[in-house]
Ligand binder design. Structure first.
Ligand SMILES: *[C@@H]1O[C@H](CO)[C@@H](O)[C@H](O)[C@H]1NC(C)=O
Ligand SMILES: *[C@@H]1O[C@H](CO)[C@@H](O)[C@H](O)[C@H]1NC(C)=O
Ligand SMILES: *[C@@H]1O[C@H](CO)[C@@H](O)[C@H](O)[C@H]1NC(C)=O
Ligand SMILES: *[C@@H]1O[C@H](CO)[C@@H](O)[C@H](O)[C@H]1NC(C)=O
Ligand SMILES: *[C@@H]1O[C@H](CO)[C@@H](O)[C@H](O)[C@H]1NC(C)=O
Ligand SMILES: *[C@@H]1O[C@H](CO)[C@@H](O)[C@H](O)[C@H]1NC(C)=O
Ligand SMILES: *[C@@H]1O[C@H](CO)[C@@H](O)[C@H](O)[C@H]1NC(C)=O
Ligand SMILES: *[C@@H]1O[C@H](CO)[C@@H](O)[C@H](O)[C@H]1NC(C)=O
Length: 562
């Protein structure tokens, strides 16, 4: 009972001196304190000596008038105490052991007076320390969040917990706060430890918790804010399929399962074609290189709670294309040719075919093949990003055919012979002049057409032949090439024309003119003969006839000039 009364007194004393009927002096732990004797009002007139004493230690220090004070030579106060002129006791390095009542005894000639003074020592606590900190709290479950500790205080410090700056009040169920005060045996200082147990709610995801140390002799001290992960179980689950759009054969499909719990589940079940597959530390399952057989319903669930599921239907789009013609195709000139596309697909397709830059509506179809139809044909079928390309190389073959064999004047005495031909595969050529081969040049073989050239300079009339051949047959043609002089005169008339044709034409014209002249001459002779006979008989129209004959003569001379 006495102790409690004393403690209460101690606590209150600190607030106001001079309570409990006893003068009180408050000192800071470790500092030097001065304990006054009768508030410093003792007059040294008539005083024999002054003695400071305490209940426990007995006499501490005595000072006779006119003498030096007698300092203790041993014990607690050795070298720690001294006395002031006004008889106040000075104690250095006070500790909790000095919390007691010191009495100043003043002995005068005929009186002894005692002035008891109570010494109270305080010490401010150290900064709060957080220990046993947890990282996560679970909704609805009482969890020890942390311990807050402070020490070295007198009187003991209080610890108060705050959530978002509001003090937490223990209610014994959702919030439990356990405080513990321990007194250090050596120093007598108190350590306060407070444990916070807390039941989280969903709103606590961003709550900040702090521990505050409160002490009568110091400002409040806050710990750094504590933030916890709030754990809660999943309530919904969702299932995603990537890519987002249509799934095509050959795609890699990613199945992704997501639950809303915190922390997110680390394991999931995927149901692939009815077969359960559990993935650990991931929420992804990859179907690689899918085919139409992968079309179906896919599902996922939590491993710990298989009732929570989500599902999706996946349709794998496919496109099969077969062109009836592939690779290299050989066809004869003039044949008919057709190719077809066989398309099997899961949706609407688009088709186009082309040869070089030339597009066509569908697969090519020909009633009668020409050399120009040769080439690489490409048919492209597309559907929802799927694309299939089929190609074939059409080769139109035909037997060689010489279209023309012509001669032209070249440099100086040279003559250039051209043998223009058609045929595929490319025919080989042989030029023969006067029984021997001649070296030749050739154009490119395009669309079955080719021209071979030789340059000759014959000393006499020769016959030159061009013979072409390939697998399918051969063709030959000859041309007469006369010696230089003649050809030059002929070339003067028309260099670009076919020599043989030109010669025929020239001969024709000359023969024609000669015949015409002959006929006119005959007609004139007959007429003259008749006219002379007639004039002899009649004598009429002599003038007119003379004019007519003149005209005829003129006409004839004109024709002769032609
Ligand atoms: C008192 O102390 C002072 C200094 O410590 C010293 O000089 C003096 O002699 C002392 N007096 C007596 C009477 O011992
Ligand atoms: C708190 O942590 C201390 C060590 O720092 C340990 O000794 C003590 O057992 C822990 N208390 C609890 C309740 O976990
Ligand atoms: C410490 O807590 C006690 C009991 O709750 C209270 O009476 C006292 O005023 C508190 N001290 C401080 C400094 O808050
Ligand atoms: C699918 O994944 C494989 C390797 O996992 C990769 O080689 C392939 O290119 C992917 N296919 C597609 C269409 O992304
Ligand atoms: C994808 O599957 C098809 C047939 O199923 C196969 O021909 C192809 O090589 C596969 N592709 C890859 C990248 O595995
Ligand atoms: C998948 O398809 C089946 C059959 O057509 C249907 O019963 C089911 O509800 C579909 N599932 C989803 C997730 O659309
Ligand atoms: C043709 O060949 C014969 C013998 O090989 C030769 O004598 C003659 O001169 C040649 N004629 C021409 C025009 O080259
Ligand atoms: C060459 O042929 C021409 C006709 O084309 C003929 O008139 C001429 O006599 C011939 N010359 C020789 C040398 O045979």
């Amino acid at each position: 009972m006495q102790r409690t009364a004393f403690l209460t007194c101690l606590l209150t004393v600190s607030l106001m001196n001079q309570v409990c009927g006893l003068e009180t002096v408050t000192g800071k732990y470790g500092d030097t304190v001065e304990i006054p004797c009768n508030s410093g009002l003792v007059s040294d007139v008539g005083v024999t000596f002054v003695k400071w004493k305490s209940d426990k230690d007995g006499s501490i220090l005595v000072k006779h008038t006119g003498q030096n004070a007698s300092s203790p030579t041993d014990g607690n106060y050795k070298n720690r105490v001294s006395i002031k002129k006004d008889f106040g006791l000075i104690i250095t390095q006070v500790s909790l052991a000095d919390q007691k009542t010191f009495t100043c005894m003043v002995v005068a000639a005929d009186d002894i007076l005692e002035y008891p003074v109570q010494l109270v020592i305080y010490k401010t606590p150290l900064q709060p320390q957080i220990a046993n900190l947890t990282t996560a709290m679970e909704i609805g479950k009482l969890t020890t969040l942390a311990q807050c500790h402070t020490e070295g205080a007198n009187p003991a410090a209080n610890i108060t917990w705050f959530k978002n700056k509001t003090p937490l009040i223990a209610d014994g169920t959702a919030i439990k706060i356990t405080n513990d005060v321990a007194v250090d045996k050596a120093t007598g200082l108190s350590a306060t430890t407070s444990k916070l147990e807390y039941t989280a709610v969903k709103d606590d995801i961003n709550s900040k918790f702090t521990c505050q140390v409160q002490h009568i002799k110091s400002a409040n001290m806050d710990s750094s804010p504590l933030v916890f992960t709030v754990n809660y179980p999943s309530e919904t689950i969702s299932f995603h399929v990537l890519p987002d759009g249509p799934v095509k054969e050959g795609d890699n499909v990613t199945l992704k399962c997501t639950a809303d719990g915190n922390p997110p589940p680390s394991r999931y079940n995927f149901y692939i074609k009815g077969e359960k597959k559990t993935v650990e530390k991931s929420n992804i399952f990859i179907l690689s290189n899918v085919t139409r057989q992968n079309t179906g319903e896919y599902k996922c669930s939590l491993v710990d709670n298989e009732i929570l599921t989500a599902s999706k239907n996946i349709t794998v789009e496919y496109l099969d294309v077969i062109l009836s013609t592939t690779g290299e195709v050989f066809k004869k000139l003039g044949d008919s040719f057709e190719t077809t596309l066989d398309i099997k697909a899961s949706g609407k397709t688009e088709t186009f075919c082309k040869k070089g830059g030339e597009k066509m509506v569908g697969p090519p179809k020909f009633a009668s093949l020409k050399y120009t139809d040769s080439g690489v044909y490409e048919c492209v079928v597309t559907m929802l990003g799927l694309k299939k390309t089929q190609t074939f190389d059409l080769n139109v073959h035909g037997q060689p055919l010489i279209k023309s064999l012509t001669k032209k004047r070249g440099d100086g005495t040279n003559k250039i012979l051209s043998c223009e031909a058609e045929g595929s595969p490319k025919p080989t050529v042989q030029w023969i002049t006067n029984g021997t081969d001649v070296k030749f040049q050739e154009s490119e073989h395009v669309n079955g057409k080719i021209t071979y050239y030789i340059t000759v300079s014959p000393k006499a009339n020769v016959t030159v032949s061009c013979t072409i051949s390939n697998d399918l047959g051969s063709d030959t043609r000859s041309i007469d090439v006369s010696s230089l002089v003649e050809d030059v005169t002929m070339d003067k008339q028309d260099q670009s024309e076919d020599y043989s044709d030109q010669t025929a034409l020239a001969v024709g014209i000359v023969v024609g003119l000669m015949l015409a002249a002959l006929l006119i001459g005959l007609a004139y002779w007959l007429y003259m003969k008749k006219f002379r006979q007639g004039s002899w008989k009649t004598g009429e129209k002599e003038d007119g006839s003379a004019e007519e004959s003149k005209k005829l003569e003129e006409n004839q001379s004109q024709k002769a000039e032609v």
